[in-house]
Design a binder for this molecule. Structure first.
Ligand SMILES: *Cc1c(COP(=O)(O)O)cnc(C)c1O
Ligand SMILES: [Zn+2]
Length: 373
């Protein structure tokens, strides 16, 4: 399979073997469309991980390094949250090896890095993506440096370093952390295994859509609710639904309802102002640290995805996050504040639209409560 990167701005194509992480013009890279056939019969019924959709993934037929790297990530449960409400479904994406959905993307990115012969990876993260990259890099015998902003939960930092990764704590904003990581990459210290920049990460998160398709037996939700910081789950999910649509397996795209934090909502702002690009804003503080991204690198693409799905974007009410965390725990689900914020955002959307329970909605529980007290 000849896979190419293509610049989101100027359309220039690159061979992923060059280990390039952005275009000469400064634009971000996407994966150029690659052709595959896929139907229900192609699901690998004896593979109990997201690799059961191997035919949809950008690997050669004889590629099997993933078998040593996978930890059985994916295939997370979809369950009704409440007993009287069969259409309100949560997808328990914190049931993953490192306790967040980031394992979907990390297992694909690291498998690809291994295939490309990478010896060391560098990444910046507010926590969960770093943990996930650190775990999979360790499993793949790849050295790993993770950059995190000061103020990152100490539990997340412990989790990252326990996998043998070097943790660099950077003073200043999340954006300063990214600059520090990029400097290290520019100095030749390693391969940039960024969940934001690297297009292979999204090939992993797209399995979120394939799982919904398989688990609901093709009876798709009318909406999916997705938390958005950098948009790695949102974009992956969108790509997955688009593929399912062009394969003729679903009839329309579910609406994507994006959730941002009240104190840090640059994409919300752009969407409401009718812009097709996203300006950097100032993070004024939020409990939802996992979506507190002031500069959304893929903002333009995120806006396109929400619009193409006829979706919407909602700010999660900050003052409801703690109560919502308790509410979910009361239903049996112990989640981190960012995930409580996602659900609080959904409840707001639900009220605003007088949402009829005749329609199915799937909401991800992205991060475990063990990550942050
Ligand atoms: C990473 C993360 C998010 C946000 O994902 P983005 O890719 O930044 O949009 C939301 N919730 C949790 C728990 C996360 O770890
Ligand atoms: Zn370019």
């Amino acid at each position: 399979m000849a896979i190419k990167f293509i610049c989101n701005e100027c359309g220039k194509k690159y061979d992923p073997k060059t280990l390039i992480f952005k275009c000469d013009c400064g634009g971000l890279l996407n994966l150029d469309e690659f052709h595959f056939d896929f139907s229900k019969e192609d699901i690998l019924q004896n593979e109990w991980s997201l690799f059961r959709y191997l035919k949809t993934l950008p690997f050669d037929d004889n590629f099997n390094l993933w078998k040593d790297i996978s930890m059985g990530e994916g295939l997370t449960p979809i369950v009704p949250l409440e007993k009287n409400n069969p259409n309100l479904l949560v997808k328990v994406d914190y049931s993953m090896p490192t306790l967040s959905f980031k394992d979907r993307g990390a297992v694909i990115l690291i498998s690809k890095a291994k295939e490309l012969g990478v010896k060391k990876v560098i990444q910046d993260s507010s926590g969960n993506a770093g943990t996930s990259i650190a775990a999979y890099a360790s499993r793949a015998d790849i050295k790993c440096d993770i950059y995190v902003p000061e103020g990152t939960s100490s539990k997340k930092i412990k989790q990252i370093s326990s996998h043998g990764a070097k943790v660099n704590i950077v003073k200043g904003t999340r954006e300063d952390t990214q600059k520090a990581a990029l400097n290290a990459v520019k100095n030749g210290e390693g391969f940039y295994a960024s969940h934001v920049y690297n297009p292979f990460f999204y090939q992993g998160t797209k399995t979120y859509a394939y799982e919904i398709y398989e688990q609901l037996n093709g009876d798709m939700p009318s909406s999916v609710v997705i938390p958005v910081g950098n948009g790695t789950l949102l974009l992956g999910c969108y790509y997955g639904f688009k593929e399912l649509l062009s394969l003729g397996l679903i009839e329309k795209l579910p609406k994507i309802i994006a959730i941002q934090a009240e104190g840090c909502a640059p994409i919300y702002k752009a969407f409401k102002e009718g812009k097709n690009y996203v300006d950097e804003i100032k993070n004024t503080g939020t409990l939802a640290e996992g979506i507190a991204i002031a500069k959304a690198m893929r903002g333009k693409q995120i806006l396109e995805a929400i619009k193409a799905s006829k979706g919407d974007i909602i700010k999660a009410p900050e003052n409801k996050i703690i109560d919502t965390k308790k509410y979910l725990a009361n239903k049996g689900f112990y989640v981190e504040p960012t995930t409580a914020a996602t659900f609080a955002g959904f409840l707001k959307y639900y009220k605003k639209n007088d949402y009829s329970l005749d329609y199915k909605v799937v909401i991800p529980l992205c991060g475990s409560g063990l990550k942050k007290g």
